[in-house]
Design a protein around this ligand. Sequence first.
Ligand SMILES: Nc1ncnc2c1ncn2[C@@H]1O[C@H](COP(=O)(O)OP(=O)(O)OP(=O)(O)O)[C@@H](O)[C@H]1O
Length: 121
Amino acid sequence: MKKLILSFGYAFKGLKYAFTTQQNFRIHVTAAIVAIVFGWWLNVSADEWQWIMLCVMLMLVTELLNTGIETLTDLVSPNYNKLAGHVKDISAAAVLLVAFFSLGTGAVIFIPKIIKLLHAA
Ligand SMILES: Nc1ncnc2c1ncn2[C@@H]1O[C@H](COP(=O)(O)OP(=O)(O)OP(=O)(O)O)[C@@H](O)[C@H]1O
């Protein structure tokens, strides 16, 4: 039990490290809060909430993995190395793909609701 509590502590330490050192992670957390506020304001359905939460979690998880990979790359290859560059670029590409997916999902869910709201005004 003590081991389990300790592992939770380490995980929260990782979250704190990412939040305090990574500007991109803070941007993703802000975007997640904005999406949740918009979802609440525009009264999205349960299905739409699931898509929004999937995007939020995918964004945060890939950013955390990207931070871990970048940190490990800096540890094993502090000097310029072509392969180290590829590792970082590929890791950043994963975040980019999730960002495109999240933007697309957000557009599909929110744009029609905003247009409807503007027409009703
Ligand atoms: N050791 C290295 N060897 C070769 N290229 C590197 C190396 N470190 C970084 N690069 C190149 O520079 C780019 C930016 O690296 P950097 O570590 O600044 O990542 P970043 O995405 O800006 O991270 P951060 O979120 O910390 O700002 C990498 O994607 C890679 O192309």
